[in-house]
Design a protein around this ligand. Structure first.
Ligand code: 2BA
Length: 106
């Protein structure tokens, strides 16, 4: 069994959540904040069989869009007084898959 953490843009979270639920996965959504942009995103927590991990990743991929976002260059630690907006690409999704040692529903 695997535990999947998937960080997605909050604008995609409704669509990702519905698609995963429709496909029969149990999902927990956490409201999280990215350390770089300090913007809200959503982290999904899912426990599933090893054989279904690729299916989860494929669903998340289908429903997570890449976005360009402008950030002040001071976010990069610039020492200049002037702050120039710079473009970063966010998403589609960042996914971590870990082994579950023990799983209980009590
Ligand atoms: P944030 O940390 O707010 O990062 C938003 C986007 O800013 C990132 O998009 C990336 O394009 C850019 N970025 C992040 N750190 C940077 C840096 N030190 N220098 C330059 N650009 C940087 P994504 O890579 O798609 O990440 C989206 C969100 O996923 C992140 O939000 C963070 O919440 C999470 N995330 C991404 N990689 C992670 C990791 N290795 N561990 C934990 N969380 C991660």
């Amino acid at each position: 069994m695997k535990l999947i953490f998937a960080i997605v843009n909050k604008d995609d979270s409704g669509s990702v959540s519905s698609a995963l639920t429709r496909a029969g996965f149990s999902v927990t959504k956490l409201a999280t904040t990215g350390g770089f942009l300090m913007a809200g995103n959503t982290t999904f927590l899912m426990g599933t069989d090893d054989s279904r991990v690729d299916e989860v990743i494929s669903i998340i991929e289908q429903h997570s869009k890449k976005r360009s976002q402008m950030v002040p260059s001071s976010t990069y630690g610039s020492s200049s007084y002037a702050s120039f907006p710079m473009e970063v690409t966010v998403g589609g999704a960042t996914v971590f898959v870990t082994d579950i040692e023990r799983y209980e529903k009590l």
